[in-house]
Design a protein around this ligand. Structure first.
Ligand code: NAD
Ligand code: UD1
Length: 338
């Protein structure tokens, strides 16, 4: 049992991870400014786990609020989800992204050092890989300049953490490079609740299914892929949440900074996702083909063997499970947590 500070714990991946942490017997302190989430998610997590967690409303850019949390709670390790993630918005307001994701992260690491807490799991992204690499992407491949400012903040924080671990052997850091998280807890009580028009495929599909959007635009049908549409490695959010527990166990017993891909190792095309969603859930998804989206690559999927071999982790859920659970969440909560 450990006491874990979860920044951004009220969000999509954070809430699912809090549930798995509680189920595994850990104590959880969530630190979140609720800028992209609702406290209702945490109420539901506690209901599902039949256990309580501590919620502190605060901002990682505010050192006093962070220091206070470390003073008030004997924290053993931190899982750091807090940050902004809208790719398009990051192009319009880069400074807000640099401030939240880079400066906010640096502030968190300062407060950790001050409190003597050196075990960290960081939410990174497959977007840090150089686009010239071919899938399956593995952790020894080069990183490159991401096509957007959001991705850039992930790369910078990864590099910052590598340098921190090189400079001070007390640090033990996991960089988890997520592929495409989708799905929801099987209960349908927690799930992804994006604000405004979804940027990502899965919430867009479920919002078309529930009648909130007219039709899906499929960005590009002339890629060099199985059916011309983009191929991605979709990973169930519960598998992803469990990867954090595995990484935490690994890091509580090791030093240094190490990256792990968290994906299934299998790519699915946009058409395959749409068709499988229709088949599994019995709901039609209206769609049209649209031009390619700037910054997209044809294919991205993980070589996940390092995570499987080193973290004692194994993804359990299939694409069908992901699509059934996404829909179960959306239809039970047509307007998200509102
Ligand atoms: P999310 O927006 O649902 O969760 C992020 C949480 O952080 C929210 O609850 C938000 O209120 C909080 N937050 C934001 N800025 C904050 C700040 N300054 N101080 C305190 N709290 C703050 O997003 P998510 O999908 O759960 O993503 C979690 C993490 O994983 C993010 O760092 C994201 O960049 C990363 N990630 C997500 C994906 C994805 O597809 N969802 C892919 C790769 C990486
Ligand atoms: C996107 C971001 C990436 C970020 C990730 C998770 C871009 C270029 N990349 O990845 O930086 O880490 O989200 O937040 O934005 N698609 C459609 N129609 C839609 C939406 C998506 O056809 O309405 C297609 C895309 O072209 C892609 C696939 O679906 O082929 C998946 O898209 P998305 O869910 O946005 O994820 P990524 O592009 O992989």
């Amino acid at each position: 049992m450990a006491r874990i500070l979860v920044t951004g714990g009220a969000g999509y991946i954070g809430s699912h991870t809090c549930l798995e942490l509680l189920n595994a017997g850990h104590e959880v302190v969530v630190f979140d400014n609720l800028s992209n989430s609702s406290e209702e998610a945490l109420h539901r997590v506690q209901k599902l786990a039949d256990k309580t967690l501590v919620f502190v409303k605060g901002d990682i850019r505010h050192p006093d609020e962070l220091d206070q949390v470390f003073q008030n709670h004997q924290i053993d390790a931190v899982i750091h989800f807090a940050g902004l993630k809208a790719v398009g918005e990051s192009q319009q307001i880069p400074l807000v992204y640099f401030d939240n994701n880079i400066a906010g992260s640096a502030q968190l690491f300062k407060s950790m050092e001050k409190a003597g807490v050196f075990t960290l799991v960081f939410s990174s992204s497959a977007t840090v890989y150089d686009e010239a690499n071919h899938s399956p992407l593995n952790e020894t491949m080069s990183t490159g300049m991401p096509s957007n400012n959001y991705g850039y903040t992930k790369l910078i924080v990864e590099q910052m953490l590598e340098k921190l671990a090189q400079a001070d052997a007390r640090w033990s850091i996991a960089l988890l490079r997520y592929f495409n998280p989708v799905g929801a807890h099987q209960s349908g009580l927690i799930g992804e609740d994006p604000q405004g028009i979804p940027n990502n495929l899965m919430p867009y599909v479920t919002q078309v299914a529930v009648g909130r959007r007219e039709k899906l635009s499929i960005y590009g049908n002339d890629y060099d892929t199985i059916d011309g549409t983009g191929v991605r490695d979709y990973i169930h959010v519960v598998d992803l949440a469990n990867a954090h527990l595995c990484a935490l166990n690994n890091r509580l017993a090791a030093q240094g900074c190490r990256a792990w891909n968290i994906g299934t190792g299998h790519g699915s095309s946009v058409l395959e996702v749409k068709n499988t969603f229709e088949q599994v859930n019995g709901v039609a998804i209206a769609f049209e083909f649209a031009p390619r989206r700037a910054g997209d690559v044809a294919t991205s999927f993980a070589d996940n063997r390092r995570a499987i071999n080193e973290l004692d982790w194994q993804p359990q859920y299939t694409l069908k499970d992901m699509l059934a659970d996404s829909w179960n969440w959306q239809k039970q909560n047509p307007n998200g947590f509102n």
